[in-house]
Design a binder for this molecule. Structure first.
Ligand SMILES: NC(=O)c1ccc[n+]([C@@H]2O[C@H](COP(=O)([O-])OP(=O)(O)OC[C@H]3O[C@@H](n4cnc5c(N)ncnc54)[C@H](OP(=O)(O)O)[C@@H]3O)[C@@H](O)[C@H]2O)c1
Length: 182
């Protein structure tokens, strides 16, 4: 018996899907379960961009966080039916389910955005549907074993760029760059 092909993913109507990621010059986004750098300015920007919005994340990224992020609705994607989330955190067993939950939450929170906040597995699966990339380009080549998925620059138009910056608590200089799908 041949396998039934998976239905292509569909983005909920009226929703903008936004990837937020910090990516080093060598494409690295993670080392093991952690970020391979300390850039505290970027954490502040991440908070500002994601505040009041649903944030989708893979189970590994969720478990790498020190605590549930306040002021946003976390939606954790896992195939583990036994995963028990902390209070206030939503769980989805598939990307489709996560997008449906995200759309409901976006409506409830009064936003039209769903943030895709990683990690690499989530970025790779959702990149084809995403409207906007909000990247922090980390000006360094740290060692790491988790990478941002390859993307075709021809499909993306740069709409904003700010930097480079480097604050006192930032291990690397960085530049914020936003792209919109062409
Ligand atoms: N630099 C950045 O901006 C940034 C942002 C976020 C994360 N990170 C880094 O990225 C790394 C984690 O990324 P990762 O790619 O290893 O893991 P991940 O994407 O965070 O999580 C992967 C997990 O998500 C679940 N999953 C993925 N696709 C699914 C699907 N279609 N249906 C149901 N469940 C699904 C599975 O959970 P189960 O195994 O439970 O089934 C899978 O093991 C860490 O190093 C983290 O620090 C970096």
């Amino acid at each position: 018996m041949s396998a039934v092909p998976a239905e292509p993913l569909a983005k909920p109507k009226g929703i903008k899907l936004v990837i937020v990621a910090a990516v080093a010059e060598n494409g690295v986004i993670g080392r093991g379960d952690a970020l391979p750098w300390r850039v505290s300015s970027d954490l502040k920007r991440f908070r500002a961009i994601t505040w009041g919005k649903p944030i989708l994340m893979g189970r590994r990224t969720f478990e790498s966080l020190p605590r549930v992020l306040p002021g946003r609705t976390s939606i954790v994607i896992t195939r583990d039916a036994g995963f028990v989330p902390p209070e206030g955190v939503l769980v989805a067993g598939s990307i489709d389910e996560a997008l449906a939950l995200g759309a409901d939450e976006a409506k409830r929170l009064g936003t039209d955005e769903i943030i895709v906040m990683g990690g690499a597995q989530l970025y790779a699966q959702l990149l084809p549907l995403v409207d906007r990339l909000r990247l922090t380009l980390i000006h360094g080549r740290p060692q790491g074993d988790v990478h941002f998925p390859p993307y075709d620059a021809a499909h993306w138009r740069e709409i904003a760029r700010e930097g480079p910056h480097q604050g006192e608590k930032d291990e690397f200089a960085f530049t914020y760059v936003d792209y919109e799908r062409v």
